[in-house]
Design a protein around this ligand. Structure first.
Ligand SMILES: [Zn+2]
Length: 190
């Protein structure tokens, strides 16, 4: 997919500025893939791109963690011609619900819109392995994982985005007087 950064910026997926994250840290960028995934045609294209990253693999099933993986798993599965399901947390534990099943020995691709710490994706790996599935890899639209982070399975994304985060007392954006915005609020839309 060409000019992916331009597309992500146009749809408001990648916002640049001065953001207050839910962790309390400040950042210079904010990512919200739901802004592009709300358009089925675009979601289909992105799903196709993630699927292409694993084109040499035979994939039987795509699994994404709710909520960020639901639409993407559906669209990657559409592209691969297989089922797409999702896991969700109940009482803090990632699990399969709604009667979803993973056949023993099936090749499973795990997808998530943005991989940040990798925590959710790795929790899905555990669920898949517990059910007897084999993990083909993890795919995402955006990789913003820590630089030296290594996944125990193949991890491929459409694009890597570096996001700088700062503690409130040591934030150069605060120093420059850039207005702090809480992402997700209507005012933060550009
Ligand atoms: Zn700041």
């Amino acid at each position: 997919m060409e000019k992916i950064m331009e597309i992500l910026a146009r749809y408001g997926v990648l916002q640049e500025g001065h953001f207050l994250l839910s962790s309390g840290l400040h950042s210079d960028k904010y990512l919200q893939c739901a802004q592009i995934l709300q358009y089925p045609e675009q979601a289909g294209k992105l799903g196709g791109e993630v699927a292409k990253k694993f084109s040499e693999e035979k994939i039987d099933l795509v699994v994404g963690p709710a909520l960020g993986g639901v639409v993407l798993a559906h669209e990657v599965a559409r592209s691969l011609g297989c089922r797409g399901i999702f896991t969700e947390r109940k009482d803090g534990i990632m699990q399969l619900r709604r009667g979803f099943s993973i056949e023993h020995g099936s090749r499973v691709l795990i997808v998530e819109d943005v991989v940040t710490t990798g925590k959710s994706a790795l929790e899905v790996c555990e669920v898949v392995e517990k059910e007897g599935g084999e993990i083909a890899g993890i795919g995402s639209i955006v990789d913003r994982s820590p630089k030296d982070f290594e996944f125990p399975v193949p991890f491929r994304s459409i694009i890597r985005v570096e996001v700088e985060t700062y503690t409130p007392g040591q934030c150069p954006l605060c120093d420059r007087g850039v207005p702090l915005v809480k992402p997700g609020s209507r005012e933060s839309k550009n």
